[in-house]
Write a protein that binds this ligand. Sequence first.
Ligand code: BGC
Length: 245
Amino acid sequence: MHTNILGVDVGASGIKGSLVDLETGKLLGDRIRLATPEPSTPQAMAEVFAELVRSIGYRGPVGCGFPAIVKRGVALSAANIDKSWIGYNIEAAFSAISACTVKALNDADAAGLAEIRYGDDENEDGVVMLLTLGTGIGSALFVEGQLVPNTELGHLVLHNRVAEHYAANSVRESEDLGWEEWAARLNEYLKHLERLFSPDLFILGGGVSKEFANFGHLLHTSARVKPAKLLNNAGIVGAAAFASF
Ligand code: BGC
């Protein structure tokens, strides 16, 4: 049983990785971030993935969170990455190029696993929904601590727009929305999710989770809302934990 495993979080703008101590869920050493290549084709992404593994000087199992539906190691969607990923085997490509055994899962599912395993005890009670707010919106749904994978709730439709094109953090930046304006959109989205799933708790992850003090008080839902305890590292930590299962 490995206790230190490399976790990688592949995103639409950056590929981040670090060695993770699976006892504590803490990062060991520096977190490395390399830019996601443009276009983000499988070949180009695999090269950056291999460069990251090399720069950490790592050999062993690797967990990889990936921004798509992932089933049995294969990407089945590509909302914010090159469309040629659809049907491509992430695990086979990344394992071959890095000479490591790579296990892949959806990036939000990875972040959710980290919050269940290393976050507050209450995260294992009832229906819990983790949302990553970044370029897109990722979702991870847990029922009494059990993951329902690949929920893709960022793709619900809100005001005739795909929800992630309305309320993701990238939209706050590109449309230059203030915290109040963006939080109002996020609140609408959360309320829509509540109508459908009646969660007990929302956990908000992604880079903007560290800014929770700027918008958390503007969200008014029946379910409690809190930032991810592991902030933007949740994806890396959860991916590493996944590789140890
Ligand atoms: C993708 C999801 C992903 C999310 C966050 C969405 O566009 O469809 O698979 O989890 O972005 O990266």
